[in-house]
Write a protein that binds this ligand. Structure first.
Ligand code: FAD
Length: 387
């Protein structure tokens, strides 16, 4: 449908097929109902763990698949073509909590958490945002205070993807004090588990799209976190979060490409079937041009994404590449889903066809893990970084 400009390895083709078959079998038959009811199916986590989809970037010693970033993103795109909600759960889990524990955690933390996370026994979540701290995430106010070996956390985290079903949440909280604020360098990252006293799941958001991905507030009410759950250094949690968000953005880009591709595939098929003025609407050049623009943008977005992924795996600084990939892919998702609704006409505006869901799901890719405005700021800043 959209052009794939590089050959896949045998392993990549196999994992891509596995992801496609899984999504078709376990998600596609139920997706309209789950979307309508804003229902998250918990058994998906265990099933995805059994197939390796929740430990894709973890090495073999932690029961992960240990594949390269491109292979992981190919699988994520296949899941997103069918269901963007399941894709965001998969992206957050693989890109943020598991990677943060792997990269910045102690041996004990890696031993305790990574295998159950890879198996799908513990779903991961990432809690950075707060009601008053969104794009300016370093202004967060959740406070962590030392008490003997433990930390006491108080505050509210918002917009936590999978937060109501997670077994492991990496939560950022201030470790600096009121008198001595250190901004981004006064924040710690804590491994929070829902059994901790003072942990509460708060409001569940009623969203426009991604309706079967639960997004919740988490309230920490004097929550006692063992010292052994502090990730790395107490003042570097924000730095760890930002480093991890670079690759998190690649996951969101793959999700966005999946949504865009789903819209392109649906619109191409519909344009061949739908007849007006005694001919299929695909014979009209106005429709052909829309499809051509959609296919071009999907292909360009995917090419940029995999260039960034390959550079990341070579150890190159890919901050700018990750932001560019996310920016282009999320705008492609909005463009393609908008065009798909247009090609479907009135039928695109109702729930008899899936393109209205694609349109609703696409929007958030321009918002989370850094809005498009923030991606442009990162890209512009990197342009001058070496002056
Ligand atoms: C469905 C969903 C899931 C999410 N999941 C998670 C999650 O798992 N974990 C988590 O921590 N967070 C999560 N988020 C939060 C998300 O990352 C934030 O919504 C996002 O960072 C934007 O913050 P905000 O909503 O507070 O918007 P604001 O920061 O208030 O931005 C409002 C507008 O102002 C613009 N703006 C802000 N600052 C600037 C600037 N300097 N220059 C130009 N424009 C600017 C923004 O681009 C935006 O258009 C999720 C959000 C949603 C909607």
């Amino acid at each position: 449908m959209s052009a794939r400009l590089h050959d896949l390895t045998e392993e990549q083709s196999q994992i891509q097929s596995l992801a496609r078959e899984f999504a078709q079998r376990e998600i596609a038959p139920f997706i309209e109902k789950w979307d309508e009811e804003a229902y998250f199916e918990p058994s998906l986590v265990k099933k995805m763990g059994e197939l390796g989809f929740l430990g894709m970037l973890l090495p073999d010693e932690y029961e992960g698949l240990g594949v390269d970033t491109s292979t992981y993103l190919l699988a994520l795109e296949e899941i997103a073509v069918v269901d963007a909600s399941t894709a965001v759960m998969m992206s957050v889990h693989n890109s943020l909590p598991t990677q943060m524990i792997l990269r910045f955690g102690s041996t004990d933390q890696r031993e305790r958490f990574l295998r159950p996370m890879a198996r799908g026994e513990l779903l991961g979540a990432f809690a950075l945002s707060e009601p008053e701290a969104g794009s300016d995430a370093a202004s967060l106010t959740t406070q962590a205070v030392r008490d003997g070996d433990d930390w006491i956390l108080s505050g509210t985290k918002s917009w936590v993807t999978s937060g109501s079903h997670a077994g492991v949440i990496i939560a950022m909280a201030r470790t600096d004090t009121g008198q001595e604020r250190k901004g981004a360098r006064g924040i710690g990252a804590f491994i929070v588990t829902p059994d901790l006293a003072g942990f509460h799941v708060g409001k569940k958001e009623d969203k426009l799209g991604l309706r079967s991905s639960p997004t919740v507030q988490l309230n920490f009410d004097g929550m006692r976190v063992p010292g052994a759950n502090l990730l790395g250094e107490p003042h570097l949690g924000f730095v760890y979060a930002m480093k991890s968000l670079d690759s998190g953005r690649l996951g969101i880009a793959a999700q966005a490409i999946g949504i865009a591709r789903a819209a392109l595939e649906a619109a191409t098929a519909y344009a061949a079937e739908r007849r007006q003025f005694e001919q299929p609407i695909r014979d009209f050049q106005a429709i052909q041009f829309k499809l051509a623009d959609m296919a071009t943008r999907v292909t360009a977005s995917r090419a940029l994404l995999h260039l960034a992924a390959q550079a990341k795996d070579r150890g190159v600084n890919v901050k700018m590449g990750c932001s560019m990939a996310k920016l282009l892919a999320s705008e492609t998702a909005m463009f393609c889903t908008n065009q798909a609704v247009q090609i479907f006409g009135g039928y695109g505006y109702v729930k008899d066809y899936p393109v209205e869901r694609f349109f609703r799901d696409a929007k958030v890719t321009e918002i989370y893990e850094g809005t498009s405005e923030i991606q442009r700021i990162v890209i512009a800043r990197e342009l001058y970084a070496h002056d």
